[in-house]
Design a protein around this ligand. Structure first.
Ligand code: ZN
Length: 162
């Protein structure tokens, strides 16, 4: 396992659509391990492969309820609305309110290449949406109702999502 370098801000890779994984090779498994290590090390609760410079459709999530690793994640159902303050490891010092579905159903593959389905509400639903957006070159600042910069953040320490 190894830490990977995060990509930040205007890095073009963050704006590029990631490719589907067709074969779960040892390289993809190593990527997943490195991603979760990098996510934990940076106190993040989610990470998408483009954030470590790899244009593959792979995400890791842990909101404190255990590690979730999904290959080729896709939202197949969504319901309701919620608004939370989001941040992003690739956009340090920025945060903003983003409207997301309250409930989502996600399908994808696990590390063994088996189909998996996740149903998520609340914070977990938001993190799935945020990370899947990364795979399409979308950042939360594109959707935020208002983007707050660091100074405001110190007064408003609500950001739960990194
Ligand atoms: Zn992010």
């Amino acid at each position: 396992m190894a830490l990977r370098k995060l990509r930040f801000g205007d890095d073009k890779i963050l704006r590029t659509k990631a490719k589907e994984v067709n074969n779960i090779t040892p390289r993809i498994l190593e990527l997943l391990e490195d991603m979760s290590e990098t996510m934990y090390k940076n106190d993040g609760i989610g990470l998408a492969a483009p954030q470590v410079g790899v244009l593959r459709r792979v995400i890791t999530i842990d909101i404190g309820e255990g590690l979730i690793e999904v290959i080729n994640p896709e939202i197949i159902e969504e319901k309701g609305k919620q608004t939370r303050v989001e941040g992003c490891l690739s956009l340090p010092k920025k945060s903003g309110y983003v409207e997301r579905p309250e409930y989502i159903k996600v399908k994808g593959l696990n590390k063994q290449g088996e189909d998996v389905i996740y149903e998520a509400t609340g914070l977990l639903a938001v993190v799935f949406c945020h990370e899947i957006d990364h795979l399409n070159g979308i950042l939360f600042i594109d959707k935020a109702l208002e983007v707050m910069e660091d100074e405001e953040l110190e007064h408003n320490n609500e950001s739960e999502i990194k």
